[in-house]
Design a protein around this ligand. Structure first.
Ligand code: SF4
Length: 69
């Protein structure tokens, strides 16, 4: 992880998926585990924010993915 600020390894984004649960059933969906109601602990978000603040020098977007009704 020492290479995070090396331009060759610069991160362009973080993608967080707080849950795989989805109560829709789109025909084209290829995602497994849609019936699993497990949620990402909030502490993960706090740890990531701390990590980015301490180790990532460039601006990096954090994308939230998933979690339908
Ligand atoms: S995860 Fe997305 S594509 Fe899959 S069933 Fe849910 S809404 Fe549809």
């Amino acid at each position: 992880m020492d290479n995070l600020n090396d331009p060759r390894f610069r991160l362009s984004m973080f993608v967080l998926q707080p849950t795989t649960f989805c109560n829709l059933d789109c025909e084209y969906c290829y995602l497994p585990l849609r019936d699993v109601k497990r949620k990402m602990p909030g502490q993960v978000t706090e740890n990531l924010a701390d990590y980015i603040g301490e180790h990532i020098l460039n601006k990096v977007p954090v994308i939230w993915h998933g979690e339908n009704p």
